[in-house]
Design a protein around this ligand. Structure first.
Ligand SMILES: N[C@@H](CCC(=O)N[C@@H](CS)C(=O)NCC(=O)O)C(=O)O
Length: 211
């Protein structure tokens, strides 16, 4: 049975799940969620995910939300992109939790505030604060990648596919690859993985569609 992923192109959190699915080799299809017209607030969507968030994955009678949990499910089911030891599994979880709070948790909101909210409604104080917090996160990530190719293993895992979730988007949110050489090299390695696709090539919906 084909796995369904409820997603939209602008969502870096959905991208983590979509890219994991794509690289796992499992059969999947995207289900477009019209976030910018309020779809995540409808009763229909809340019946699938009471948290009101994308991504949501449905595989037969299993429905999951939270990108990290979906990634874990996909790597277990496919036997790919996961841990090869208990220690690696813990390290993957460390990076997923860190990413959800310190990296994607900030980058997603900052990018939304800087690009997708009408200009008069943007919160400039929040932009400065989140940009400052994110700089520390980029420093941590860049430091962790010094002298190593991947975050939690000697091969690509869902930890990498979590942390890169927002970093392939080109809308401005204060992240410049050139400022962070180890992150830059790591993103290049991820992009060179056979089957890799950029967010707007993997999921329906993009700023171009709404222009
Ligand atoms: N920790 C969650 C975050 C999910 C999330 O924030 N999704 C956003 C899109 S990127 C969303 O659907 N937000 C809907 C809303 O806040 O109303 C995950 O990793 O799945």
């Amino acid at each position: 049975m084909t796995i369904k992923l409820y997603c939209f192109g602008e969502s870096g959190n959905a991208y983590k799940a979509a890219l994991t699915l794509e690289l796992s080799g499992l059969e999947w299809q995207p289900e477009f969620v019209d976030f910018f017209n309020g779809a995540t607030r409808t009763a229909e969507f809340r019946a699938i995910n009471p948290m009101g968030e994308v991504p949501v994955m449905i595989d037969g009678d299993i429905t999951l939300s939270q990108s990290g949990v979906i990634q874990d499910y996909i790597s277990s089911k496919s036997g790919k992109l996961g841990a090869r030891s208990a220690a690696e599994r813990r390290d993957i979880l460390r990076w997923q939790f860190w990413d959800n709070q310190k990296l994607s948790g900030m980058a997603g909101v900052l990018r939304f505030n800087m690009n997708f909210i009408p200009e008069p409604k943007r919160n400039m104080g929040a932009i400065d604060f989140m940009a400052m917090r994110l700089k520390s996160a980029y420093r941590v990530l860049d430091g962790a990648l010094a002298g190593r190719s991947w975050l939690a293993s000697d091969q690509l895992t869902i930890a990498d596919l979590s942390c890169c979730g927002y970093l392939f988007y080109t809308e401005p949110f204060g992240f410049e690859r050139a400022d962070w050489p180890n992150i830059d090299g790591w993103l290049t390695r991820i992009a060179q993985t056979p089957g890799f696709k950029l967010p707007y090539d993997l999921m329906p919906g993009s700023p171009a569609d709404r222009a």
